[in-house]
Design a protein around this ligand. Structure first.
Ligand SMILES: [Zn+2]
Length: 82
């Protein structure tokens, strides 16, 4: 029944681990606020500058692959198809 004695450092480390992982309402609230501030928002395709002959009012799929708007449209549709 020999209990191995923990060193002071081990005891402190364990205690701090417990304190640090404790979830409080204030922590949840802070995480929510931080998340809301940094969450990525997709830019509307109409905000992408058109540099091809399709024109800014054309359908998104009509833009060429070198046009920023066409590139954004294709990138999003590749992601959505997965
Ligand atoms: Zn274009």
């Amino acid at each position: 029944m020999a209990k191995t004695k923990k060193s002071e450092a081990e005891i402190i480390s364990e205690a701090m681990g417990l304190l640090g992982s404790r979830k409080t309402e204030a922590k949840r609230e802070a995480a929510r606020r931080n998340g809301a501030a940094t969450r990525w928002q997709a830019k509307p395709l109409s905000e992408f500058e058109c540099r091809c002959s399709a024109g800014p009012d054309s359908a998104d799929s009509a833009h060429k692959s070198y046009c920023p708007r066409g590139r954004a449209y294709r990138r999003r549709n590749v992601v959505a198809a997965k």
